[in-house]
Design a protein around this ligand. Structure first.
Ligand code: FES
Length: 106
């Protein structure tokens, strides 16, 4: 298990024990984190699982693949630390990862 945290716009923190090999999005949905809609179910085809990666974690989470980058163009208020949470695979090195949910999804 890897501990990850989602922070919503009102500052509420959702601390989650995430199974390695799952995606950040799957954990958000399973734990009813508000604001992660994930309409396409993780196929990198909707951009409604958009999150902002905490600066301290950007290197470890890595850069988006070209397909994800294309989808991020449809995300609401994309920033340099934007990622699609369905493309972030949970692994032990991400223990402590903090992701912020945007004000709204695309
Ligand atoms: S769930 Fe649709 S792009 Fe992530």
């Amino acid at each position: 298990m890897t501990k990850i945290t989602f922070v919503t716009q009102d500052g509420t923190r959702y601390d989650i024990d995430a199974a390695d090999g799952t995606t950040a999005m799957e954990n958000a949905v399973r734990n009813d984190v508000p604001g992660i809609e994930a309409e396409c179910g993780g196929a990198c085809a909707c951009a409604t699982c958009h999150v902002y990666v905490d600066e301290a974690w950007r290197e470890k989470t890595g850069e988006p693949e070209p397909m994800e980058e294309d989808m991020l163009d449809f995300a609401y208020e994309m920033r340099p630390n934007s990622r699609l949470s369905c493309q972030i695979k949970i692994r032990p090195e991400l223990d402590g990862l903090v992701l912020t949910v945007p004000e709204r999804q695309a």
